[in-house]
Design a binder for this molecule. Structure first.
Ligand code: GTP
Ligand code: SPV
Ligand code: MN
Length: 586
């Protein structure tokens, strides 16, 4: 008798008609074969074997360089269940339309059967997925980003308990590119893109869009959050999870080298992008990182901003759409001050500065998590790590202060629900446009966002020791347009304040939007930032917040009656608090 997996593979092969089918075991030899194939195809080149052993540079199709939110669909049977913030198509019609594109799409290509575990192999919180793909780049990347191959097949056995994901490059035409999620069936179909979250189906498609749906059904949480451990001088480690939108600093915060290391504060990495969390026996929310690697933004990464990742990238790494130096080493803007001579840009053309950036702004590295020296000893703990703080944040040139704390869980959910951020190169479309991005989940919530807020409120009732909730903004700028806060390793100063709030030690001022640090409660020694800058970073402008409040009203109106009462109440209360502030105060 064929297993459910074998039956599905068979039916997909019938539709896509691959020349060969390769069941992946996850071995080195198999990975080497995939790389060999990639190099033959001509879009992938080996990098300098001395300085970057077993590293490769892959150049994707120039029209396929980032997630495409416009062609990403949540295909629930009832449109209302996808909600106003998702694109929706009816499941049956979507299958018909995409089925035509999948028809014979793998002709002349090998179909890789990629079984994978999302989460530590031994964790009961982990889940299995299987991706069928005709892209050796995707298969090789999945091997870094998940526990892929035999380990997953062994865990699956003959069970039907896996999330199937079908992926084909198709003809890579943006007009025939679709990423569809069939929530009721827990099935993913993606065609026409070979890039990142569009194509590595374990990541955003499964671990966020499908998993957020599962999590609501089953009473847990699937969030776009990094997970870190902050070690204090006593050696105690406090775990925090942070939701920032794409390209807003998750990887860098999770992997930071603390500026307060000499005072005994260190940061350990558990995950850099996604957290799956459930209530543990101890009454805390416990988080696992479903991924096994980092798919990180290259531009801006350097020895100062993220030395941990710079070291990790020196072997076994796939770079995508970075530039390449004459020494066959990867390069990107912000790696060092001076671009080296004789460089090839991300499309492999001889580069001149008149051509714009040498590396694509969303160029990335794919590296095994274990290669970072910052990796926590508990990163594969089957029970996950207990979370003491949630941190929301985004890119806000104005308005949002460096940090504030929510009054309680419900207010914290409201703070997350009203997040906004300037768009980045991680998704196609305009960059730098401020948009509402609740919990950094706007592109990733697999159901009606109003119901998602409801689920958050509901979780609050189920967690005996809920995390404290904070909001941060590393990206506030001064009149000269420059960032006011140095960011990166200095962000530990903000984490330390949070830790001291959790421990009931640090002082705070109450403002209409929440609790802000008193300037004295932040550890600023050794930091070259003026008192005035700190005051600017911590200022709250009631008039500007009134405008923000009105904008949120518009956003919330889109959800109609489905918006939970708890969120409505918090919104009204913020309005009242803002009105009570005497005019002219800051
Ligand atoms: P995704 O992988 O898309 O989810 O992104 P991410 O949230 O992990 O963002 P990442 O840490 O890769 O940072 C994105 C960009 O923001 C990079 O160019 C970083 O150099 C920059 N960045 C990260 N942290 C800071 C910070 O504290 N301050 C400033 N000014 N820039 C930062
Ligand atoms: C993001 O955009 O949030 C990413 C990159 O982490 S991608 O995997 O392409 O979605
Ligand atoms: Mn991300």
């Amino acid at each position: 008798m064929a297993t459910p997996l074998e039956q599905w593979v068979e039916s997909v092969a019938h539709m896509t008609r691959p020349a060969a089918i390769q069941w992946c075991d996850g071995s080195e030899a198999e990975a080497a074969g995939m790389i060999e194939k990639l190099v033959q195809e001509g879009r992938t080149v080996p990098l300098n074997n001395k300085t970057y052993p077993n590293c490769y540079l892959h150049r994707s199709d120039p029209t396929d360089v980032a997630r495409t939110e416009k062609v990403t669909f949540i295909c629930t049977r009832d449109r209302e269940n996808a909600g106003p913030t998702n694109n929706w198509m009816a499941p049956a019609e979507t299958k018909q339309m995409m089925g035509r594109l999948f028809e014979g799409s793998m002709k002349d290509r090998t179909m890789y059967v990629v079984p994978y575990i999302m989460g530590p192999t031994a964790s009961p919180q982990s889940r299995i997925g299987v991706e069928l793909t005709d892209s050796p780049y995707v298969a090789a990347s999945m091997r870094i980003m998940s526990r892929m191959g035999k380990v997953a097949l062994d865990r699956l056995g003959s069970s039907s308990d896996f999330v199937p994901g079908l992926h084909s490059l198709g003809d890579l035409s943006p007009d025939r590119r679709f990423i569809a999620h069939f929530q009721e069936e827990k099935l993913i179909w993606s065609i026409g893109s070979g890039y990142g979250g569009n194509a590595l189906l374990g990541k955003k498609c499964f671990a966020l869009r499908i998993a957020s749906w599962m999590a609501r059904e089953q009473g847990w949480m699937a969030e776009h959050m990094l997970i870190l451990g902050l070690e204090s001088p006593s050696g105690k480690v406090t775990y925090m999870a942070a939701a920032f939108p794409s390209a807003c600093g998750k990887t860098n915060l999770a992997m930071m080298v603390s500026a307060l290391e000499n005072q005994g504060y260190r940061v350990w990495t558990i995950g850099d992008d996604i957290a799956w969390m459930q209530v543990g026996a101890d009454g805390y929310l416990h988080a696992i990182n479903p991924e096994a690697g980092f798919f990180g933004v290259a531009p801006g990464t350097n020895e100062k901003t993220n030395p941990n990742v710079m070291q990790a990238l020196r072997k076994n790494t796939i770079f995508t759409n970075t530039a390449m130096t004459a020494k066959a080493e990867p390069w990107w803007e912000g790696m060092d001050d001076n671009p080296p001579a004789d460089m090839l840009d991300w499309q492999g053309r001889a580069w001149a500065s008149s051509m714009g950036p040498a590396a694509q702004p969303n160029s990335r590295y794919t590296v095994p998590a274990t290669q970072s020296r910052s990796i926590s000893s508990r990163w594969e703990d089957p029970a996950g790590v207990p979370i003491s703080a949630f941190i929301f944040g985004g890119r806000r040139a104005r308005l949002a202060p460096l940090v504030y704390e929510a009054m309680d869980w419900q207010h914290g959910v409201y703070v997350g629900a009203t997040m906004a951020s300037e768009t980045t190169a991680a998704a196609t479309g305009a960059v730098g446009v401020t948009r509402r991005d609740p919990m950094a989940m706007l592109p990733f919530c697999g159901y009606n966002m109003a119901d998602y807020f409801g689920h958050w409120l509901e979780m609050g009732r189920k967690i005996p020791h809920p995390p404290k909730v904070f909001h941060v903004n590393w990206f506030r700028t001064g009149d000269d347009g420059k960032f006011l806060w140095p960011g990166y390793g200095e962000n530990v100063r903000v984490l330390k304040w949070m830790l001291e709030r959790i421990e009931g030690k640090a002082a705070a001022n109450e403002t209409p939007i929440g609790l802000l640090p008193t300037p004295e409660s932040l550890t600023l020694d050794g930091l070259r930032v003026t008192r005035k800058t700190i005051e600017d970073l911590l200022s709250v402008d009631p008039a500007a917040w009134m405008k923000e409040h009105a904008d949120v009203t518009n956003f919330f109106n889109g959800f109609g009656d489905r918006l939970p009462a708890g969120i409505r109440d918090e919104h009204r209360r913020l309005g009242e608090r803002l009105q009570r502030v005497p005019a002219g105060t800051k």
